[in-house]
Write a new protein. Structure first.
Length: 219
């Protein structure tokens, strides 16, 4: 089994980016950026950063922060803003959001609509929320997505819905084990960092390079 590779970061407008070229030079291969939230909110830095990242030779991904609203409508809104190309990685961010937290049913609607519109299921990002709601049950719809687990501990806990984790957000730049620093990120020089559970070739396939994206990672 290949050791996880530490070559992905995720960003939003909360992060200061000073140079995508420096991010690339620091060893980062892919950037997953917040694009939308709910059915009305667009990250104000998404559109301008995407071409900058491509110009630096980075792979690009987009995530949607889910809210307590119709999942199909959220997916359509996300796609209308992102206009995804075959090598744009797509992700649903499913996490606690107070009274506006997305439900499992809305998440199912979202990922199904993404599949219907693009022919591929998005990644499913979650912290402990997914596990607490799913319990020991296996959700056959969400199982079609690859799991991106956020957990700042020694190793990620995987709910039974998935055979393993595909990506692991191991730090928010402060919590969790390092390394934290990324050249090209302003302020403290830290951001969310993510490990991929496989090789660079496997990451390329997941991202849409070197052939069509494969099914969720099976080990």
């Amino acid at each position: 089994m290949t050791d996880p590779i530490n070559v992905v970061i995720d960003l939003s407008h909360y992060n200061e980016v000073t140079s995508f070229a420096d991010i690339k030079t620091s060893g980062i291969v892919g950037v997953i950026h917040k694009a939308t939230q709910g059915t009305t909110v667009v990250d104000p830095t998404y559109a301008s950063r995407r071409p900058q990242a491509f110009a630096a030779g980075l792979w690009w991904g987009a995530y949607h922060f889910g809210t307590d609203a119709d999942g199909t409508a959220q997916a359509d809104y996300f796609l209308s803003i992102v206009n995804p190309q075959p090598t744009d990685l797509l992700v649903l961010d499913f996490e606690e959001n107070g009274n506006a937290t997305m439900t499992l049913q809305q998440a199912e609607q979202f990922v199904t609509e993404i599949y219907n519109q693009t022919g591929r299921y998005p990644g499913f990002y979650s912290d402990s929320l997914a596990g607490s709601l799913l319990g020991q049950t296996v959700n056959q719809t969400l199982r079609q997505c690859w799991l991106w687990r956020a957990e700042y501990g020694a190793s990620p806990v995987v709910p039974p819905t998935w055979p393993t984790w595909t990506m692991w957000q191991y730090t928010d730049g402060t919590n969790g084990d390092g390394p934290y620093q990324v050249s090209g990120i302003g302020g403290p020089g830290t951001c969310d960092r993510d490990k991929f559970n496989g090789s660079i070739d496997g990451l390329a396939r997941l991202w849409g390079y070197g052939g069509p994206p494969g099914p969720p990672l099976q080990l």
